[in-house]
Write a protein that binds this ligand. Sequence first.
Ligand SMILES: Cc1cc2nc3c(=O)[nH]c(=O)nc-3n(C[C@H](O)[C@H](O)[C@H](O)COP(=O)(O)O)c2cc1C
Length: 130
Amino acid sequence: MERVEKFLKDAGTYYLATVDGDQPRVRPFGTAHVFEGKLYIQTGKVKDVSKQIHANPKVEICACTGADWLRVEGTLVEDDRREAKQSMLDAYPSLQGMYSADDDNTEVFYFQDATATFSSFTKEPEVIKL
Ligand SMILES: Cc1cc2nc3c(=O)[nH]c(=O)nc-3n(C[C@H](O)[C@H](O)[C@H](O)COP(=O)(O)O)c2cc1C
């Protein structure tokens, strides 16, 4: 789990793919935070990405650093607890200008039934169940 979080933080940006009917959607994301042993991401309820996750929580993310890339596929589960949101905002102080744990917009999701695959041009893929 920590290895996945570190890879995502080192990459800085990853790309989050959702399903919108029969249309894939992808956008850059940056939030990745381990809380209570689970990998969380953060978004805002007003965004299309949030609506897509609620309609179909199966997602995949992809990040790369140099010749290595990581994909995480799984199902996102919303965690509505204040402490989960606050932990994310504490990990990303830059978000605190736009989001707060008590607004009606901030939401955090954790990965459930997730599989992380570390890939490289030079090594065999390594698959880890989260
Ligand atoms: C480097 C980078 C990181 C981002 N990280 C996040 C993030 O962690 N959460 C988020 O909700 N939006 C993040 N965004 C903004 C989303 O990409 C943007 O709001 C996007 O339009 C959301 O997707 P949607 O239009 O399908 O709703 C980030 C943007 C960039 C450029």
